[in-house]
Ligand binder design. Structure first.
Ligand SMILES: [Zn+2]
Length: 163
């Protein structure tokens, strides 16, 4: 399983809802976990592996296991945002300052199809905002300042031609 990188159209596709969590999907999740861990990531969305379906995996805390979230939805619990450096497995080598809500509520289905609702703060809140952006075809480079865009323009262009 390989991770799609910037320039590949699937990263710009809006993910379709998942109708049912089949055995095939569960197998896929196991492979995604392996791929994410090898890449030393903390989150991986389905379209990053070429599948425009609405699910992602994430490790929300260091001591947590990697969990899968299907048909996720996000609700900001505050207007407060914070800008911190963020990277993306699909945009390797580029780090940019991305503003994110400090607190969000994530609702989704877990791998057994059960509803989950969790309130997250700080880094885990950032991770799920990043992954849900992916499912909407949005990348970190869409959320940065003009100055940041200028700073990374050359690297980004090089990445695109190698995709
Ligand atoms: Zn990413």
């Amino acid at each position: 399983m390989s991770i799609k990188t910037y320039g590949e159209p699937v990263l710009r596709q809006k993910a379709e809802p998942v109708a049912g969590i089949t055995g095939e999907v569960k197998k896929l999740i196991e492979e995604m976990k392996k791929t994410m861990c090898e890449a030393k990531g903390v989150g991986l969305a389905a379209n990053q592996i070429g599948i425009p379906k609405s699910f992602f995996i994430a490790q929300l805390a260091r001591e947590d296991e990697v969990r899968a979230f299907f048909n996720p939805n996000l609700l900001p619990l505050t207007d407060e945002t914070e800008k911190t450096e963020e990277g993306c497995l699909s945009i390797p080598g580029i780090w940019v300052e991305v503003p994110r809500y400090l607190k969000v509520r994530l609702t989704a289905r877990d791998i057994e199809g059960n509803p989950v609702a969790v309130d997250l703060e700080g880094l885990p809140a950032r991770i799920v905002q990043h992954e849900i952006d992916h499912l909407n075809g949005v990348l970190i480079i869409d959320r940065i300042s003009l100055a940041e865009r200028r700073r990374i323009a050359k690297e980004l262009a090089e990445l695109k031609t190698s995709a």
